[in-house]
Ligand binder design. Structure first.
Ligand code: FAD
Ligand code: SF4
Length: 396
């Protein structure tokens, strides 16, 4: 698609200039002119009251898809620390690369990050592409997408995986647009089609009521963002050896339109549900905000972390960072307690892969019992104090 101004219809009203979210339109005399920053979003097409802007299909050059090889993982780092989801992507990427008989590669953008390169190789990367530049120390959409896009053009990966983190969700679409390819967001499963070798990307659709499997048949790379906590982490082998390819990185002045002046960290307690081994989760059955104090007591005794259903978050009983499920965090602990949680499909989507699920619910027909390994039909306010007493007794 390309956006075009129909000169005969343009009245020079400048509405499109104000509406364009990318500052891609300038006035030349009384005529709107679309510039290079245009992303084909189409906002101006619907904004123009004179129907003077249109989107037209471009004849796409047929690409030789066989030129694209290898599986790439975006090695997202923050403050020089590689994010946990990267190890999950390397674990999954290894399986895909083996099926495609290709290499598993990591792309690392940052500044002075040699230690992280070794770590990525030890976690399974055959090749690490390193973009080292002071401007890449902290994430910016312009800086990272330019470097990533140029690397894709040059080295032609067949598959590109990013974590569905805030950064991955921003960077992925930006690269996909630049590379004129598709992106499947928030995947929960990836596999190679045994017939044609294409990537089958599965993600929840229609509020989690069905799973959609999406392919990218005509363009490359095939791109996915993957939810943290869903895939198994790559194994660590310090003896592994790999290749390091340093990318040429340079920026024109003002090419990066945002400047990170300082990073202000939230003072709120940060929880990492996706790394927790024991989770004590509560739902509306706990009755009120104060009910979480009892869950916290149990979590503390077990060395675990408190979590919640979305209904509790919506009720204002607990912050969103504690939410498990389709629109919260996906978790895979050894032990998951579900106290007073009915077991809606959107909740189950985020915790069903826990090793052991123990559900406590007053209603014996609650759907949570269908996924639970152990179920107690009863009042959580009787069960939890009983559990606490028992833990105390064992500890003595
Ligand atoms: P309820 O469904 O009200 O269940 C409360 C349960 O507690 C009942 O089963 C009841 O029998 C039991 N109970 C009551 N008192 C006691 C007691 N004293 N002792 C023991 N048991 C008791 N939900 C999520 O959790 N995570 C998500 O990410 C999420 N995303 C969503 C996305 C979309 C697009 C939509 C539409 C919904 C989403 N939801 C999500 C909401 C989901 O559909 C449910 O509404 C929610 O999970 C219900 O929360 P709950 O089980 O705590 O509450
Ligand atoms: Fe701006 Fe979007 Fe119109 Fe392009 S399509 S000129 S980005 S509003």
């Amino acid at each position: 698609m390309a956006v075009k101004v129909i000169n005969d219809l343009c009245r020079g009203c400048t509405i499109c200039v104000k509406k364009c979210p990318f500052d891609a339109i300038a006035m030349e005399g009384k005529l709107a002119v679309i510039g290079e920053a245009c992303t084909n979003c189409g906002v101006c097409v619907s904004a123009c009251p004179f129907k003077a802007i249109m989107q037209e299909e471009m004849e796409k050059e047929k690409e030789d898809l066989s030129l694209y090889q290898d599986v790439w993982v975006f090695a997202e780092q923050r403050e020089s620390k590689v994010m946990p989801v990267v190890y999950e992507l390397l674990g999954e990427g290894r399986k895909l690369a083996e099926k495609r008989q290709s290499k598993l590669c990591a792309l690392l953008c940052g500044y002075q990050m040699s230690h992280q390169v070794e770590d990525l190789i030890a976690h399974g990367a055959d090749v690490v592409y390193v973009a080292d530049h002071e401007e890449l120390r902290t994430y910016t959409t312009d800086g990272y997408s330019k470097v990533f896009h140029e690397a894709i053009k040059k080295y032609k990966p067949e598959i590109v995986l990013l974590g569905a983190t805030h950064i991955g969700r921003d960077l992925g679409p930006s690269i996909a647009v630049k590379s004129s390819t598709g992106l499947t967001a928030d995947c929960t499963s990836l596999e190679i089609d045994p017939e044609d070798g294409k990537l089958r990307q599965t993600r929840p659709a229609f509020g989690g009521n069905l799973m959609a499997t999406i392919i990218c048949p005509d363009t490359r790379p095939q791109m996915s963002t993957v939810r943290p906590g869903v895939m198994d982490k790559a194994l660590y082998d310090p003896e592994r050896e790999g290749e390091v390819i340093r990318l040429d990185v340079s920026f024109q002045p003002d090419e990066i339109r945002t400047k990170v002046l300082k990073t202000v960290k939230s003072l709120a307690k940060q929880v990492s549900l996706s790394d927790a081994d024991i989770i004590v989760a509560g739902g509306m059955g706990i009755g009120n905000k104060e009910g979480f104090k009892l869950l916290e007591e149990l979590a503390e005794k077990l060395g675990g972390t408190v979590a919640a259903s979305r209904a509790c978050v919506d009720a204002g009983w607990i912050e969103h960072q504690y939410q498990v499920g389709q629109t919260g965090t996906t978790v895979k602990p050894t032990l998951y307690f579900a106290f007073g949680i009915s077991g809606a499909i959107q909740h189950i989507a985020g915790m069903k892969d826990s090793d052991y699920i123990i559900a406590v619910n007053k209603n014996q027909d609650a759907p949570i019992f269908e996924v639970a390994d152990y179920g107690i039909v009863g009042d959580l306010y009787q069960v939890i104090p009983g559990l606490l007493d028992e833990i105390e007794r064992i500890a003595l």
